[in-house]
Design a protein around this ligand. Structure first.
Ligand code: SF4
Ligand code: SF4
Length: 195
């Protein structure tokens, strides 16, 4: 399979997403209600997928990430239906976490890119779920560091050039999520990246 993300680009992505999303440690909010483990660090809670190049890059520098066979029916189905460029893997957990080893997925949670009908990223949508899924879901715009929002958009814009399949997927997802909110008569929450 052709390599689409160069090491230089991987390092750039990591740098972009290393800017703090918020000014506090959100793990302190959710971990106490979850046996001391931040919810998104629970393996298989946020489906732990790395891009193939990302996985190989980390593996060149150690065994922090290990391929993991899916343990539940839902995860197995997700993997079977997913793109083949994802690697389903696990980390050693929060006690042994190292910032430099975090996956892109760790650094973008709880957001997904909102892609307009014209194909531009005009905001950040929260992943599906509620405050029990992640206490950051539904927080107002001012909670999030503007520099992180800018970098988040840069990350996905560049990623979409390398993986147009991702753009297509998030375009569909954005329409789906808007539709769902409309059907329920709810406001579609978005963190705006364009003023
Ligand atoms: S992103 Fe959400 S789930 Fe993860 S540590 Fe922060 S509050 Fe908890
Ligand atoms: S790498 Fe760190 S931040 Fe990511 S899931 Fe593992 S423990 Fe959590």
């Amino acid at each position: 399979m052709k390599t689409r993300i160069s090491e230089k680009q991987l390092r750039r992505f990591h740098r972009l997403l290393s800017v703090k999303m918020i000014d506090f440690d959100c793990g302190e909010i959710c971990a106490p209600q979850n046996n001391g483990i931040p919810k998104c660090c629970e393996n298989e809670f946020v489906v732990p997928v790395l891009f193939r190049e990302e996985y190989n890059w980390h593996r060149k520098n150690g065994k922090f990430w290990q391929r993991m066979p899916p343990k539940t029916k839902e995860i197995r189905k997700f993997i079977e239906e997913s793109e083949t460029y994802y690697v389903f893997s696990q980390c050693p957990g929060p006690k042994d976490c190292r910032r430099s080893k975090r996956s892109f997925n760790c650094m973008i949670f709880p957001f997904e890119p909102y892609v307009s009908r014209e194909g531009n990223i005009t905001g950040l949508m929260f992943v599906e779920g509620d405050k029990d899924t992640c206490p950051l879901i539904g927080k107002p715009q001012k909670t999030f560091n503007p520099a992180y929002i800018v970098n988040y958009v840069k990350f996905w814009t560049e990623m979409f050039e390398l993986y147009p399949e991702e753009k297509e997927m998030y375009m569909k997802e954005s329409r789906k999520r808007e539709g769902k909110a409309k059907k329920k008569g709810k406001r579609f929450r978005l963190i705006r990246s364009e003023k």
